[in-house]
Design a protein around this ligand. Structure first.
Ligand code: SF4
Length: 123
């Protein structure tokens, strides 16, 4: 039996979680103050995922960058690759909040969506 420690990112309390496991199989979770933390510890040990928020380039809009995010968490090891992929994106305004900017990014099954409107600026 092994012990691995994680820091819960479920809320600002930042509980220190202790996962007792055999390889990827979780036997017990300790140190959590709520059910959410227990689930986070199990997921973090077996399939860690993160939301990604960043910006992409846009031309013809009110601002040069459009904030975007993943619609759901992506596997943690792919976060850097997702950011690199989004760095290549160049859009034309207008864009509506919720528009899909990249569908099924890196075959994760997760879409990238705009998190605000980007109106077109005439001229
Ligand atoms: S275990 Fe619960 S209370 Fe503790 S940091 Fe995670 S979400 Fe917050």
């Amino acid at each position: 039996m092994e012990i691995t420690h994680y820091l819960c990112i479920g809320c600002p309390l930042g509980c220190r979680l202790e996962v007792e496991h055999e390889e990827k199989s979780v036997v017990e979770v300790r140190g959590h103050s709520c059910k959410k933390g227990k689930e986070f510890a199990k997921d973090e040990h077996t399939d860690p995922r993160r939301m990604v928020t960043t910006t992409v380039r846009v031309s013809g809009g009110l601002w040069p960058k459009l904030p975007v995010k993943t619609r759901a968490p992506v596997p943690k090891p792919l976060v850097k690759a997702v950011c690199e992929e989004l760095h290549k994106v160049a859009l034309r305004a207008p864009v509506k909040m919720g528009d899909v900017i990249v569908s099924d990014i890196l075959q994760t099954g997760v879409d990238i969506v705009a998190t605000r409107d980007m109106p077109r600026v005439e001229g």
